[in-house]
Ligand binder design. Structure first.
Ligand code: SF4
Length: 209
């Protein structure tokens, strides 16, 4: 597999926010979101076997693993990596951009999916596989990155139409003031959680954290 980086930090987003986690960042992405904060993951990474990845993650005192990107499902070995990590008793979270089907991944023990649905400002809205929302279990999570009012209204419509059973996060684009988004959520009484990227607050908006 092509790996961009492996590092140990705090989970900054979603249900496991604040949880020490090992991050396995795969290389390559099929999308080009306008606000992407990991453009450095687009290029070719270091070729590693699954065994080499297992050896690397074992160096850290942690049983939580977040597989992120880039887009992890852009690489065909990722499902095998997930199974190998689960066999070693890691709890695994897969962060995926919503364009690849997750149908063959759901239902695994100690495994959650963090699924993005891209909003209009991303430029990737038309690449989403919306049927993925129906595959999510209550333990998974759905994330909308929101830059402006148009994105917010779009996310609201998606929730109304697809009625997901999992926890939903609305996360402002990092450079955006979260107050406006918070006030819209409160005004509309939405059953979603505001997500601020904790790791960037703690370490700054930089690579490897
Ligand atoms: S899916 Fe993620 S990594 Fe790919 S372009 Fe969009 S934000 Fe960047």
């Amino acid at each position: 597999m092509e790996i961009n980086e492996i590092f140990y930090s705090l989970q900054g987003e979603g249900l496991l926010v604040g949880t020490p986690s090992i991050f396995v960042r795969t290389s390559g992405c099929n999308l080009r979101c306008t606000y992407c904060d990991t453009t450095y993951a687009y290029s070719k990474g270091t070729e590693m076997t699954i065994q080499e990845i297992l050896t690397e993650v074992k160096k850290y005192p942690c049983s939580y693993i977040c597989i992120t990107g880039g887009e992890p499902l852009f690489q065909k070995e990722t499902p095998k990596l997930i199974d190998s990590l689960l066999k070693k008793n890691y709890s695994v979270c897969l962060e995926t951009n919503g364009s690849f089907s997750i149908m063959n991944l759901v239902g695994k023990k100690s495994f959650i999916i963090s699924l993005d649905i891209k909003c209009p400002s991303s430029g990737s809205q038309d690449d989403m596989n919306m049927n993925n929302i129906f595959a999510l279990s209550k333990d998974d999570q759905l994330k909308f990155i929101i830059k402006n009012k148009e994105d917010y209204l779009y996310a609201k419509e998606v929730l109304k139409k697809y009625n997901p059973i999992c926890t939903v996060f609305f996360q402002p684009v990092w450079e955006t003031n979260p107050k406006m988004l918070a006030s819209w959520i409160l005004r509309d009484g939405l059953q979603v959680r505001l997500s601020i990227q904790l790791h960037k607050i703690v370490w700054g908006a930089k690579r490897g954290v």
